[in-house]
Write a protein that binds this ligand. Structure first.
Ligand SMILES: N[C@@H](CCC(=O)N[C@@H](CS)C(=O)NCC(=O)O)C(=O)O
Length: 224
């Protein structure tokens, strides 16, 4: 059986966006399976068997007669690095411990400090508690962006991206968070270093193809 990669994804999911960007940058073709979060397809017993987290993305790699399923985006990004080390590495080399830590610092800010507090399920709980969901998202996104701006501005390797002139996991995780920020009406111009990285990422055809507005499950009226 030929090795295959498949990705359970939803066009609006920033966590799935990380994988779409990484797979495109690493030139790894994959089969998408669409999970409509707005229809709660992530909560069905069938899906929970595949991914107990009840979230997207879920990456499945089938090779040598066995399948590896990874239901957390950062574990999946790291798996791709380790399994396909020669296709466009997205981490600085192992001997650059400072660079790797810097990249992972930005990854952690986005995936641990920003995305969970603005996620669909948390915002639903916030709204159920009588708060304004949109204001909540803007507040926590701006807090995260201030941190990112300050970290990226002191990059040990300033360049087109967060760390040097080639994209890393830092950019792969940041970009979908910035798509969401733009969607929430936040002016990225307030964060000039972050905005420069955003613009340089947007200029890459791989990033373009991974954009939420260009996915197979993007509704026709939202496509670009
Ligand atoms: N820590 C998880 C987060 C995944 C996550 O929260 N995904 C969101 C979409 S961005 C989701 O599937 N939400 C479904 C829900 O909240 O019910 C990862 O990195 O994969």
């Amino acid at each position: 059986m030929a090795p295959t990669l498949s990705l359970h994804t939803f066009f609006r999911s920033s966590s799935a966006g990380r994988l779409r960007i990484a797979l495109a940058l690493k030139k790894l073709p994959y089969e998408p399976t669409f999970v409509n979060l707005l229809a709660n397809e992530q909560k069905t017993p069938e899906y929970l068997k595949l991914n107990p987290s009840g979230t997207v993305p879920l990456l499945v790699h089938t090779a040598h007669g066995k399948s590896v399923s990874i239901g957390q985006s950062i574990a999946a990004l790291e798996y791709l690095e380790e399994t396909f080390p020669d296709s466009s590495p997205l981490l600085p080399p192992a001997e650059d411990a400072e660079g790797r830590a810097f990249v992972r610092e930005i990854v952690s800010v986005v995936v641990a400090d920003m995305q969970p507090v603005t996620s669909l399920r948390l915002v639903a709980a916030v709204k159920a508690g009588g708060l304004d969901g949109g204001a909540w998202i803007r507040e926590w996104t701006e807090r995260g962006l201030q941190v990112c701006e300050s970290i990226i501005s002191r990059s040990p390797k300033p360049g087109k991206f967060c760390y040097g002139d080639a994209p890393t996991h830092a950019d792969v995780c940041l970009q979908p968070a910035l798509w969401n920020a733009v969607g929430a009406g936040i002016d990225l111009g307030k964060y000039p270093t972050t905005k420069k990285v955003f613009d340089n990422m947007e200029a890459l055809s791989e990033v373009n193809s991974a954009h939420w507005s260009r996915q197979g499950d993007t509704p026709a009226e939202m496509r670009s």
